[in-house]
Design a protein around this ligand. Structure first.
Ligand code: ADP
Ligand code: TYD
Length: 206
């Protein structure tokens, strides 16, 4: 089972990914927790290239290539082997992030993103949890972390508003999504996330 977590910056994905992994492990599942960009040695190296530096360091087209290269390595080295091993893979961001951040927000590049995805990745999650919230709150939370990885946060609030809308559009069009109100406290969100996964697991194993 392949589960992805998506949402704007600061929406609590990393926090919830850890809690979800712990909860599923407590239930006896074999879980791996991974993230994008990154999740394999090569992809972590690409991560530093895309997340650090000036916002205009890369064009959206170059980013599509870099994120897809990182994803391909992550898929080959981490995700496919884990799925083949029967593990539950929880991934903090995946291809929907490219659809939104590169495909929609800085010009209409969706077609290019989807073509490259079909050619090079060609896998969709079984379940995608979308953590939805007001970008102003998310951005304040994300900025509070003080890391060097702020290239996307530096695109500003309007950019994050566009991202939110684009994620909600994807959720409306794809049945694999569950939208979770991420403006609440951590435990309430974690309960909803686990419920969504449990419901999906019971469909696979009746
Ligand atoms: P993301 O991975 O989506 O960027 P994080 O999980 O890193 O988000 O959370 C961003 C910041 O907000 C962290 O400092 C985290 O501790 C805090 N945080 C996460 N979830 C909540 C919540 N429900 N309420 C308040 N703060 C939160
Ligand atoms: P992440 O580390 O998940 O940031 P955060 O914890 O702040 O949400 O992701 C870093 C940034 O990378 C984030 O702003 C979104 C961006 N990103 C893309 O633009 N395209 C992609 O394909 C992925 C996976 C991430």
């Amino acid at each position: 089972m392949f589960i992805t977590l998506e949402g704007i910056d600061g929406s609590g994905k990393s926090t919830q990914a850890k809690l979800l992994a712990e909860a599923l492990r407590t239930q006896g599942h074999d879980v791996i927790l991974t993230r994008e960009p990154g999740g394999s040695k090569g992809a972590e190296e690409i991560r530093a290239l895309v997340l650090e530096g000036d916002p205009d360091r890369w064009s959206p087209e170059t980013e599509i290539l870099l994120f897809t290269a990182a994803r391909r390595d992550h898929l080959e080295k981490t995700i496919r082997p884990a799925l083949a091993n029967g593990q539950i893979v929880i991934c903090d961001r995946f291809a929907d992030s490219t659809r939104v951040f590169q495909g929609v927000t800085r010009g209409d590049l969706q077609d290019k993103v989807n073509r490259l995805h079909a050619e090079m990745i060609a896998i969709e999650p079984d379940l995608t949890l979308l953590f939805d919230m007001d970008p102003a709150v998310g951005l304040a939370r994300a900025k509070g972390r003080q890391t060097a990885e702020e290239r996307f946060e530096d695109f500003g609030a309007e950019f994050q508003e566009k991202c939110r809308a684009a994620f909600l559009d994807l959720a409306r069009d794809n049945a694999r999504f569950t939208v979770i109100d991420a403006s609440r406290d951590i435990d309430a969100i974690a309960t909803d996330a686990l419920d969504a996964v449990t419901a999906r697991l019971s469909k696979t194993r009746p």
